[in-house]
Design a protein around this ligand. Structure first.
Ligand SMILES: [Zn+2]
Length: 95
């Protein structure tokens, strides 16, 4: 059983209470009318699939029903940290 720390509830809860919602920190283009079709397509459809650290959005559906971010190692499945949306991660993916 995996336990995930919810930064809103301030406690570990069982994984069945959460749902992954995809990659975090995806910025919407500031001027959609001036954005090329290729850049708009990248924003809508293309996501990174890194080996190693990955920032993801998760949803605490059976708890506080709030979104938060998770930094997870995609190789070991280890959750490195969780933090609220709008906060910065302490861990950054190597470039
Ligand atoms: Zn929660």
């Amino acid at each position: 059983m995996l336990h995930i720390y919810c930064p809103h509830c301030n406690e570990y809860r069982e994984e069945e209470e959460f749902r992954p919602k995809g990659e975090a920190h995806i910025a919407r283009p500031k001027n959609p009318e001036e954005t090329s079709d290729e850049a708009w397509g990248d924003y809508l459809f293309f996501r990174t699939n890194p080996r190693g650290l990955h920032h993801e959005q998760w949803y605490h559906g059976a708890g506080c029903r709030k979104f938060f971010n998770v930094t997870r190692d995609t190789v070991s499945y280890e959750i490195i940290e969780t933090y609220k949306v709008g906060e910065s991660s302490c861990r950054h993916r190597p470039e």
